[in-house]
Design a protein around this ligand. Sequence first.
Ligand code: UDX
Length: 448
Amino acid sequence: MKAIVIGTGYVGLVTGACLAEVGTQVVCVDVNAEKINNLQKGILPIYEPGLEEIVTRNYNNGRLAFSTNLAEVIPGADIAFIAVGTPPGEDGSADLQYVLQVAKEIGTHMTDYLVVVTKSTVPVGTAVKVNREIKQAMLNRNALIDYDVASNPEFLKEGAAVQDFLKPDRIVVGVNTDRAKEMLERLYHPFLLNGRPIIFMDIASAEMTKYAANAMLATKISFINDIANLCELVGADVNKVRKGIGSDARIGNAFIYPGIGYGGSCFPKDVKALVQTGKEYGHGLRILEAVEAVNNDQKKVLFGKINRHFDGMLKGKTFAVWGLSFKPATDDMREASSLVLIESLLEAGANVQVFDPVAMHEAKKTLGESVKWCNDMYAAAEGADAVMLVTEWNEFRLPDWTRVKQLLKAPVVFDGRNIYDNVYLEKSGFTCYSIGVSHPAVSVLSGS
Ligand code: UDX
């Protein structure tokens, strides 16, 4: 079986490498020649655990190739995955120009039956537009080649993308012909061992499934963050409430961890896009509008606590920030809560000293020289008025607190992800603030 994957971002590269890993012949295509050159040398555009290894292995054994020339690699392909970006347009809706451009190129260069699969997260109705582009491109060259369009949304998480792809909870495929269904069944057969299901449905439902899944997860996060803020006011501890509700199987323990808001390339963009789709159809998605508003506020919660602790006198103070990426095990800085926090601290005239195990190179593109870049978490804490935990990388989980105390000007910790034992920290002489746990000195809404 031969597959082409167009777009070498997170989804495209992981899809290409993992399909090659189980025996499919894959060519990953991208218009960015530098990216393709680097991939041929084993240099990856992103940090993702385990990805470099399978890219290199499959490139070396000839199952995975890279190209900038779609026309050249299309002949002989059975399946083409469209995995290019769908950035948000001005109104928040997904911008489909790259997806449709690729569809047009496929229609221009196709030589044989092909299943064209949208893998990028695309709004309901995109497959129809993709189909139209392909058809038009073929008409333009008087060609009549059979093809099918399918939708196969990807549910991988950054930081666990390879494992998520190789061992998916489920594979969702939207098709409208048996031929396309059989082709995708065959392609995915190696991933369905141990009873993992492939769920076939119509194309619109598959497109909707992806948005509904991300929107549901984002809703869980905003819900628990809202409850966390109320917990602070009423003197409850959200960590206990979380366990109390999570043990109800209907609610579940996953994705109800309070924090400083969700970021990344998916949730913010997809929630916005779904809200926009609702508007287009005259159906306001009120819950999701609230999910987004709560999340935007949650990104500011840590700054509020800092501001209150220091009575608004942040000018000239120095703060240590541990972790920058939107979540651990990735260098992705898109929509990272750290950026909102750091911007507020800098605006208030504070100095910021940062450390992230992987994302500093990426973060420099946005933050430039506005912060001090440190070599480790202790260097970041040196001479700071407080330390704030922003991204829960494993190496931040059990710091040498005695050392941290010696390095800080005053022993104050703001834990944005509730990973520290604040009872222990308070006993050890720290003032420790976390999310959704009332603190005698300051709560989320008291004061300003
Ligand atoms: C998400 C979906 O999980 C994945 O299925 C989809 O394909 C792409 O979007 P990703 O963005 O990689 O994946 O990260 P995820 O692990 O889902 O975390 C997203 C954000 O939510 C992070 O900022 C994380 O810190 C936050 N989060 C997650 C919480 O604040 N609380 C939680 O309980 C879980």
